[in-house]
Every structure is written in structure tokens, then in C-alpha cells.
Design a protein around this ligand. Structure first.
Ligand SMILES: NC(=O)C1=CN([C@@H]2O[C@H](COP(=O)(O)OP(=O)(O)OC[C@H]3O[C@@H](n4cnc5c(N)ncnc54)[C@H](OP(=O)(O)O)[C@@H]3O)[C@@H](O)[C@H]2O)[C@@H](O)CC1
Ligand SMILES: Nc1ncnc2c1ncn2[C@@H]1O[C@H](COP(=O)(O)OP(=O)(O)O)[C@@H](O)[C@H]1O
Ligand SMILES: [K+]
Length: 519
């Protein structure tokens, strides 16, 4: 599992070491790791390191210091390195070390901005050391225009490899917010700990792949702010029946989804739940939908009954309910049943204060906007997309439920503040029906959860929701290898992943003491 910390917490962890006079040592560790990651990326890109052209963008603070020291090491290995100073001052010792290794230096001004941009665009790689955890707000002029030009080149599929030092400049390390312009990266080499701002919101998009360099803050970091599950945790969470099991002990999922207007949602949710593995699906809904379900999934047990009269271990309600009154009633009853419940799509709007953490609301940003507005929060979809950490946590806290906020990085927030972020998904999953398959997977994980009640910590349901998002994202990514994803055809990928994880838990994102994580 990856543990993430706010930039503020990392700075707090550094403070005692700085007070002991160990700042330079920390910076050398960071710079060594940055140079090694950059060297490896450059070798992959162009075959060899020697002769590569590098531009380092260096701001006035320690982030610029890290980048200049790393560039000095690269220059010593035969890289043609140029520094573009984005502020009137730069870390003096790092700048001197860079010059000693033959690096050339110029200061970015309004007058030479076009030349500096041309140098960046012609380089093999740009090291972004403009701002780190000490930055606030978006990039300022003149570096803002340079960043915009590099971002535009990236959009065209052109331009250099951009390697962010600690975090993409312009991203808020605590939250992933991007208050103005930010320089988008292909990879981010982050120091001390993964920052929450790299796992969520616009920061997660801007960061590219993440590599974490251990600089020795471990004992000082305290409680993580957020987590990302990896293969090992998925393997522990995915359900595996044992010899003593029968269909009821494995877990029965009640599904109240679909309507005559939207029957497909019920089929997709049911298919995904069966593919994840449950003892039984009991489907409640219109007869016409039930007939379709039984054609596609004869093992589902269908009825037109009520939530209160149906014995299950967990509920899934809402997908495709539309304006079907009986399905809406079932969603409300599922929320009030006291059982774990996935509440998706239209049913999210029926949520409100007074729920419990085993109720998992699964909105996208639009549905979360409506939910929060119904509770008196003045918020827009843009606000939520810009700061999903804050609003996922707020919704969980206001409702008492667990909130799974879907997007490129999907967040699972517990009412007690625990937060998970999963980013295995592919943008090909942004297609109608994707949410229905995710809800089926999550329903199955809730129904088959065997964790004893006294061992379900406060973030337990957020962890299950994150596992569902991870499995869903991985299944989508596997399917996307063969072309655009059809959520109704995702079952084989879900099944094969469950088989793979439960048989051979993989190594996950590599975390090592020297070269950290890679996603
Ligand atoms: N501490 C340690 O021991 C270690 C720290 N490490 C590294 O240090 C980094 C933190 O360094 P830091 O604290 O010097 O801040 P940093 O992010 O470089 O920039 C702050 C400067 O930028 C300026 N500025 C602010 N906002 C701005 C904006 N929007 N646009 C333009 N300028 C802006 C602001 O100037 P001001 O505006 O206040 O005049 C200030 O001078 C951290 O991310 C990691 O890389 C590692 O080496 C490990 C050891
Ligand atoms: N850009 C994206 N990249 C990766 N995954 C995405 C992206 N956009 C959406 N998704 C995923 O696709 C799914 C869409 O769910 P949802 O919006 O509820 O779809 P629907 O209601 O049509 O079934 C979610 O799992 C979400 O995380
Ligand atoms: K940076």
C-alpha cells in the first residue's frame, strides 16, 4: 500500500532534521534520486545518456536546488545541461555545483522568453524545479508562458520529456488543486513521501508516473493523509470461498437496479457482481428487466419483492432506476436497512445526513454536486473537479456514509477522514455503463466481506470501495488493450483478474528504500 502525506506534513517532518543542520544531506539524497530517475528515463527514451540535452528550470527555493544538483550530476555523466533561472535568485551552492560541471546558465526574462521556450522544446528533457512544497498559487509570469508552451507541445504529442522535481510546479501538494497554470509532467520524482496532491484531483493528472525517493523522513512522518491500495491488498480483499462454504455463507447480494427505461444497468451490475464472485444475486425489479437478467445470467434469483422482505448480506441500489418509483423506494429502504449498501446513480440524490459508513455512495462529480447542494453547500461541479479531496471528505462527513467519488483518479473517503485514491483506470472507461459495472463489483465486495466486526477499522468501507475501483480500473485497462471498452463485456477481465490476484498476489507498485514507487 502506498501511504501519502500532505506537503505540509512532509515539511513538518523535515523540520527537526533541518534544525539538526541536516538540510544539505537531505537535498543531496533528493538530488541523487532525481538524477538517477532522470538518467534512466533518458536512457529509455534515446538509448543512451551521453549527449542528451537537458534544460533545468530552477526557481528560487530548495526545489530549484534539488533540480540544479541533479542536473550537475547529469552534466558530469555527459549530458549537455542548461539552467533557466525562473527567479532573480537561485540556490547558490547548487548553482555553483552546476556551473562547476560545465552547465550553462541564463535568467528567464520577458525579453528572452521565446528563446528559453525554444531551448526547452529542443531538449530531450526538462527538469522542473520551479516550485515544490513551498509554492503557493499557480505559476507566475514569466515562467507561466513557458509552461503553457510546454503544455501545448505535450497536447500535440511533441516536446521534451518533462520530469517534475518533487511535484509539478503549480500543484498544491496538500490537495492536488491547481490554482492557476501548472507545468504538466511525464514523471514526478517526489522526495520523502508521496504527496496527497500527486494522487488526487488535477495534481494526479499533471504528475504522470510517480517515483518516490526515500530521504530518511520515515520516523518523522506520522499518520498518512491518504492511501493507495496495491496488488497485495487487493489479493487480501477479493473473496475466495473455502471448503466449508455454501452459497449463503459466501454472501448474497441484493440488487435493486434497472427499470423498464434502463434495463441495461441491471444487467451490467449483475454481471459484474457475479464475475467478482458472490454466493448469490437476488434481483428485485420489474418483471421485464428480470426476464432479461435471467436470459443473460440464469443464476440470478429474481423477484418483485421488497428490500425489507429479502434476506441478503448487502444491497446495491440505484443504477438505471430512473423514475421507477418502486426502485427508488428500494434504494431508500436499502440505505435504511442497516446492511452494507452501494447507493449509485439516481439514488445518490436520496442520500442525506444520518447514514452509516457501510453505506457507500458512488457519485461522479455531477451527482456529488447535486447531493452537496441538497444539503445546503454552495458548490459547482467545477469546484468538485478542482478539489475532489475536500469535497469527497465533506460529503462523507456530512452524510456519515462512505463516499466513492469517481473520475480519472477515484477517491474513497470515510466519514472519519480516511482517504484512498486509485488511478488504475483508463479514460476508455469514461463511457455509459462503466459506473454500473463498478457498482456490481463493489456490491460483491460488500456482500462477501468476512472481516469480523471488531476488526473493521474506521476506514474499512472506504478500503473496500477503493479495492472495487482498483479492480474495475484494471479490468477496463485490460479490455482497452483490445479497443474501446464496452462495460457490458467487462466480465471476462474481472474474472481473470480475480483469478490472478487470488492465486498469485503480485508484487504491486515497487517500493524500495532507495528508489520508491512507480505506478
Ligand atoms: N526542506 C528540506 O530540507 C528539503 C526540501 N526539499 C526540496 O525543497 C522544496 C521546498 O523548498 P522551499 O521551501 O525552498 O520552497 P520551493 O517550493 O522551492 O519554492 C519556494 C520559493 O518559490 C517562490 N514562490 C512561491 N510561490 C510561487 C509562485 N506561485 N510562483 C513563483 N514563485 C513562487 C517563493 O518566493 P516568494 O514568492 O515567497 O518570494 C519561494 O522562494 C521541496 O519541494 C523539495 O523539492 C528537498 O531538497 C529535501 C530537503
Ligand atoms: N477520464 C477518465 N479516466 C479513467 N476513468 C474514468 C475517466 N472518466 C470516468 N472514468 C471512470 O468511468 C466510470 C464512469 O462512471 P459513471 O460516470 O457512473 O458512468 P455511468 O453512470 O455512465 O455508468 C467510473 O468508474 C470512473 O472512475
Ligand atoms: K517542481
Amino acid at each position: 500500500m502506498i501511504s501519502a502525506y500532505t506537503g505540509t506534513a512532509v515539511r513538518r517532518a523535515e523540520a527537526p532534521l533541518l534544525a539538526e543542520g541536516r538540510g544539505a544531506e537531505l537535498m543531496q539524497r533528493a538530488a541523487y534520486g532525481l538524477h538517477a530517475a532522470a538518467a534512466s528515463a533518458l536512457k529509455t527514451r534515446r538509448g543512451r545518456l551521453y549527449g542528451a540535452r537537458l534544460v533545468v528550470l530552477a526557481g528560487s527555493g530548495n526545489n530549484g536546488g534539488d533540480a540544479l544538483y541533479a542536473a550537475a550530476r547529469l552534466a558530469a555523466r555527459g549530458v549537455a545541461a542548461e539552467a533557466v533561472l525562473t527567479a532573480p535568485t537561485a540556490h547558490p551552492e547548487a548553482l555553483a555545483a552546476f556551473r562547476t560541471q560545465g552547465g550553462t546558465v541564463r535568467e528567464l526574462t520577458e525579453v528572452n522568453a521565446a528563446e528559453c521556450a525554444a531551448a526547452c522544446l529542443a531538449a530531450d528533457a526538462v527538469l522542473d524545479g520551479v516550485l515544490g512544497t513551498g509554492g503557493s498559487g499557480g505559476l507566475r509570469s514569466p515562467v507561466r508562458a513557458l509552461a503553457e508552451e510546454l503544455n501545448a507541445a505535450r497536447e500535440r504529442g511533441a516536446g521534451p520529456l518533462v520530469i517534475a522535481c518533487d511535484l509539478p510546479s503549480g500543484v498544491d501538494a496538500d490537495t492536488g488543486r491547481m490554482p492557476g497554470t501548472c507545468l504538466h509532467a511525464d514523471m514526478t520524482v517526489t522526495f520523502g513521501a508521496v504527496k496527497t496532491g500527486l494522487l488526487a484531483g488535477p495534481g494526479a493528472v499533471a504528475a504522470g508516473s510517480i517515483h518516490c525517493i526515500d530521504i530518511g523522513l520515515g520516523d518523522y512522518l506520522g499518520t498518512p493523509d491518504a492511501y493507495r491500495l496495491q496488488e497485495a491488498e487487493l489479493a487480501r480483499i477479493l473473496p475466495v470461498p473455502d471448503r466449508a462454504d455454501h452459497k449463503y455463507s459466501r454472501g448474497v447480494l441484493g440488487i435493486a437496479a434497472g427499470s423498464s427505461a434502463y434495463p441495461g444497468a441491471a444487467l451490467m451490475a449483475t454481471g459484474a457482481a457475479l464475475a467478482t464472485g458472490v454466493g448469490m444475486v437476488r434481483y428485485l425489479g420489474p418483471e421485464g428487466v428480470a426476464r432479461l437478467i435471467n436470459l443473460a445470467h440464469p443464476e440470478a434469483v429474481c423477484s418483485t419483492g421488497t428490500v425489507n422482505g429479502t434476506h441478503v448480506q448487502a444491497w446495491l441500489a440505484g443504477p438505471g432506476a430512473g423514475d421507477d418509483e418502486e426502485q427508488r423506494r428500494r434504494a431508500v429502504d436499502a440505505m435504511a436497512s442497516g446492511l452494507p449498501a452501494v447507493i449509485d446513480a439516481d439514488a445518490v440524490a436520496a442520500a442525506g445526513p444520518g447514514l452509516h459508513p457501510a453505506v457507500v455512495l458512488t457519485p461522479h462529480a455531477g451527482e456529488l454536486t447535486a447531493l452537496l447542494r441538497s444539503m445546503g453547500e454552495e458548490v459547482s461541479r467545477t469546484d468538485i473537479e478542482g478539489d475532489p479531496v475536500r469535497f469527497a471528505r465533506l460529503a462523507a462527513q456530512r452524510t456519515g456514509a462512505t463516499v466513492l467519488l469517481k473520475g480519472w483518479a477515484t477517491l474513497a473517503a470515510a466519514p472519519t477522514g480516511e482517504l484512498y485514491s486509485q488511478a488504475e483506470a483508463t479514460p476508455w472507461l469514461a463511457t455509459a455503463g462503466s459506473g454500473d459495472t463498478l457498482s456490481g463489483i463493489l456490491g460483491a465486495l460488500l456482500a462477501t466481506d468476512r472481516t469480523p466486526a471488531d476488526r473493521r477499522g474506521p476506514g474499512h468501507y472506504a478500503r473496500l470501495a477503493a479495492a472495487a475501483a482498483s479492480l474495475h480500473g484494471r479490468a477496463g485497462s485490460l479490455a482497452a488493450a483490445a479497443g474501446p471498452v464496452a462495460p457490458s463485456r467487462l466480465d471476462p477481465q474481472i474474472r481473470s483478474l480475480v483469478a490472478e490476484f487470488t492465486a498469485h498476489p503480485g508484487p504491486g507498485i515497487q517500493v524500495s528504500s532507495k528508489s520508491g514507487v512507480e505506478k
